[in-house]
Design a protein around this ligand. Structure first.
Ligand code: PEP
Ligand code: MN
Length: 366
């Protein structure tokens, strides 16, 4: 996979778990200053200060951001807290202004990640700058769009990259403002080795309560930091009022989180090594059994070919699915897991047998 620089190598003195905090939107110099002072007073200075300067609003008529003036106020943050700053850019003009004002880290918002044209324009505007870029997941749960936006940045030579997991919109499930779909950030980490993912519980939950729970889950899953919207007077914030927390509440949330030690950072102890060896051994057995199972599947395929039988037989499939799912559930394996496992094994079996038929068919072969 592509090589990129992790957060600790961005040259900004950042470490993981990376804590990013600041308001949804920059509103006034007084607001920015008050947030900084309250952070200091609550003894909760984040590593990176966030502020929305241009706000991509779903519908017109709400506050759409203060614009370039807000970038000038970032000096207030440097003065009081002496920490780097990150803002969202949604087009090439924003990207150019952010660079002009010395923004330390740029992020691409969820509504922009869905649009490869906009992402490409931003990448072109940032070419040659070496600025770190964080890409939020797209609104819809499409891993390729998320990866694609990171790849577009990488392709213009920007190699200081990270991802932000802010959840996915869902027409039906209203428990969250944006449903977390935890398998997405985890899959991103699987397919792009070393890609760090910062969780944004504020936009996932959409309310103040629940931010701690989602943050803890993110840390449990092994995500690499948190971006939490923080405002001195959340109820009167100009955007996302319901989900912002005060600096004091931020400190309480961060104190309550049990930050796990990333396994990569420590030498696994004896017990963990023993357990991992046991898993390695069981996985070997699992693979032997699968190999044996597919050998039998191939013999069945041969038999079907000789007797001119179709590969897929729905009654048999139904019976296999139901009986194995029941057996699995009796062994404390979830129904969802059993179904996914059986679908996957069955799909592979059907493909192998269909290939056998195709390869022996003189018409197709020719
Ligand atoms: C934000 O961070 O304020 C924001 C607009 O987020 P998203 O792109 O995740 O909606
Ligand atoms: Mn917001």
């Amino acid at each position: 996979m592509k090589t990129h620089k992790q957060i600790k190598d961005w040259g900004l003195g950042l470490t993981t778990p990376l804590i990013i905090a600041g308001p949804c939107s920059a509103e006034s110099p007084e607001q920015i200053e008050k947030i900084c002072l309250d952070m200091k007073e609550a003894n909760v200075v984040p590593q990176l200060f966030r502020a929305g300067i241009w706000k991509p609003r779903t519908r017109p008529g709400s506050f759409e951001g203060i614009g370039e003036d807000g970038l000038k106020w970032m000096e207030i943050v440097r003065h009081h807290l002496n920490i780097p700053i990150t803002v969202e850019v949604g087009n090439a003009a924003h990207a150019e202004l952010a660079l002009k004002h010395g923004v330390d880290v740029i992020w691409v918002g969820a509504r922009t990640t869905v649009n490869p044209f906009a992402v490409q324009e931003i990448a072109e505007a940032l070419r040659g700058s070496d600025v770190p870029v964080m890409v939020k997941n797209p609104m819809n749960p499409d891993l390729d769009l998320w990866i694609g936006a990171l790849e577009r940045m990488h392709a213009v030579g920007l190699d200081k990259l990270a991802a932000i997991h802010r959840g996915f919109s869902d027409a039906y499930d209203k428990r969250f403002r944006n449903k977390p779909n935890w398998s997405m950030p985890i899959h991103l980490k699987r397919v792009w080795t070393g890609m760090e993912v910062i969780n944004d519980p504020s936009h996932i939950v959409g309310r103040r309560d629940g931010i701690l729970e989602v943050s803890q889950r993110a840390i449990n899953f092994g995500l690499d930091g948190l971006m939490i919207e923080t405002h001195h007077d959340p109820d009167n914030a100009w955007s996302d009022a319901k989900q912002q927390v005060t600096p004091k509440a931020l400190r309480e949330i961060l104190n309550a989180i049990d930050f796990k030690e990333p396994l990569e950072n420590m030498k696994p102890d004896e017990r963990l090594q023993d357990l991992r060896r046991a898993v390695d051994h069981l996985d070997d057995q699992l693979l032997d059994i699968l190999q044996e199972r597919f050998a039998v599947i191939d013999q069945i395929g041969e038999h079907k070919r000789e007797h001119h039988l179709t590969v897929f037989q729905s009654n048999r499939w139904k019976e296999v699915m139901e009986s194995r799912t029941q057996k699995g559930m009796a062994k404390n394996l979830s129904e969802k897991f059993m179904k996914e496992l059986l679908y996957s094994i069955h799909e592979e079996s059907v493909k192998r047998q269909e290939k056998q038929l195709r390869e022996s068919d003189p018409v197709k072969k020719a």
